[in-house]
Design a protein around this ligand. Sequence first.
Ligand code: FES
Length: 145
Amino acid sequence: MRYNEVVMDHFMNPCNVGAIDDADAIGEIGDDGCGDVVKIYLRIEGGRVQAASFETLGCATSIAASSMATVLLEHQTWERAALLTAAEINDALGGLPDDKKHCAVLAERAVKAALRQYFMKKQIAYNSDAFAIVDDSDAGERCDF
Ligand code: FES
């Protein structure tokens, strides 16, 4: 089979699907190459991600990566959430095929887009260099994990 069991499970039974009505931050990123779009919603209270959800228009692995990203974000401090990487999402999924690793990058970019919106709204200082991936539409082409 092309995808492992974890990937298939998060594709067939994704966690945290749909919008959060009272989201504190929303990040939406599209991949110019394949056309997939990931939208991440976050509700952050007391410095922690209390809820994370997604709406993804795309392939099986971008749905699985979005689902896993929301699972990894839940109950994390926003400082830890900001450190979430595509490699971590990929590892938690048990590894994506090389030609699908950019789906994890798309999920990371959408998470960081949401967090950046939150930081700007709340006037929280953040390391803009670490968030350059949000605007780097070629990031997925250079997956090095
Ligand atoms: Fe491009 Fe899934 S094929 S994000």
